[in-house]
Write a protein that binds this ligand. Structure first.
Ligand code: ZN
Ligand code: ZN
Length: 365
């Protein structure tokens, strides 16, 4: 990973935003910028320096992992250590009358902001910074795309396991357990989110986490799951049918599949995120199903399971080559059933490449 390059691009973006420093506390952003994978860290970036703060538990790990930044080990929390460093090293920053420090407003708690303001000298001003690192993370490098590809392949192998264990009478949580065991056995660090196995009427809950419910003799089962492998997340959904599907069930499945396919085909550089969302919704509207599609069409995936861009109405972000996004329309008829199909795709120079290899045919078990 080109950590020094990422740091340099961030440093170049500070001055145009009138920021002297940026204080990064969101761990995935810290990891993106310097490679540190532990659970306590802050990164202080000025136009010429990068300082990494952690505590004594991570002395060895920080020296092994952190690239491009000077390491400061402290017995304080990383954020307080950064504040203390600023207080004691003002000269190292140059001789300005005032310094503006950007903070990650999306991630820093109100309590920590207050403590920072108390500790820092009066010529330091805290300002909510735009999401500079998240924006940089939207477009993946070739190495990130390859790592994601591996995570997606591992994730997709779990669907094969799901097909073996989904049977009437088996609890949803047992299915999830089998998937998660297989994931760890295959080398995944952990699941990228809580596994969703939603059967029967529960399939109408878009986020129906695997419960104690037994899979009924007939009906849809929504399976939405992902892994983290080498820091990168996967995310996929397939909906299978237990027992013979009715004609109505087949038609509705096909409608979701057509909407998903149309949205995948719409993905190309320059198209706006909202336009991709609109494409999926348009097809469902033709079938009278748009009102049952109650969430956005997709999201970015990378070091985190939900990243920018969001594919939803009103999102003007234009897709660019290297973005990795999900395409996941669904319909949910309360008290009846739900269907969702989700692939991960990478935007290419001419369109997109679907990363998820699993079939989207309706599978009856
Ligand atoms: Zn998903
Ligand atoms: Zn998703």
């Amino acid at each position: 990973m080109d950590y020094p390059g990422r740091q340099q691009r961030l440093q170049e973006s500070l001055s145009p935003r009138h920021l002297d420093l940026l204080l990064i506390t969101h761990l995935p952003n810290v990891r993106y910028l310097c490679g540190f994978s532990g659970s306590a860290a802050a990164l202080l970036v000025s136009q010429s320096k990068c300082l990494f703060f952690t505590d004594g538990r991570y002395t060895v790990q920080a020296h092994e992992e952190v690239q491009g930044a000077r390491i400061v080990i402290s017995c304080k929390t990383p954020l307080m250590a950064a504040a203390e460093w600023l207080t004691g090293n003002r000269k190292a920053l140059g001789r300005k009358a005032r310094y503006t420090i950007g903070i990650e407003a999306e991630h820093l708690t109100v309590a920590y902001r207050s403590r920072l303001a108390e500790i820092l000298p009066s010529n330091f001003r805290l300002r909510e910074a735009p999401t500079l690192v998240e924006r940089a993370r939207m477009v993946k490098g070739a190495d990130e795309i390859e790592l994601t590809r591996s995570a997606v392949i591992l994730g997709a192998s779990l669907f094969e396991r799901a097909l073996e264990v989904i049977r009437p009478g088996v609890r949803e949580s047992e299915v999830a357990a089998e998937l998660e065991y297989a994931a760890r056995k295959a080398g995944a660090a952990e699941m990228s989110f809580q596994t969703i196995i939603a059967s029967g009427e529960r399939s109408a809950l878009p986020h129906g986490r695997a419960s104690e419910a037994a899979i009924p003799a007939r009906g849809f089962v929504v399976c939405d799951f992902g892994v983290i492998l080498s820091a990168y997340c996967s995310d996929m959904t397939r909906t299978v049918h237990v027992g013979r599907p009715t004609n109505e069930a087949r038609l509705m499945y096909q409608a979701v599949r057509d909407a998903q396919q149309a949205a995948v085909e719409a993905v190309k550089p320059g198209i706006s995120a909202s336009e991709v969302d609109r494409t999926a919704r348009k097809l469902l509207r033709k079938q009278g199903l748009a009102k049952y599609f109650t969430h956005s069409t997709g999201h970015g995936v990378g070091l985190e399971i939900h990243e920018a861009p969001r594919l939803a109405a009103g999102e003007s972000e234009r897709l660019r080559p290297g973005m990795i996004i999900t395409i996941e329309p669904g319909v949910y008829i309360p008290k009846k059933w739900g269907i969702r199909i989700e692939d991960m795709v990478v935007v290419t120079e001419t369109g997109c490449e679907v990363l998820t290899p699993s079939s989207k045919e309706l599978i009856a078990l």
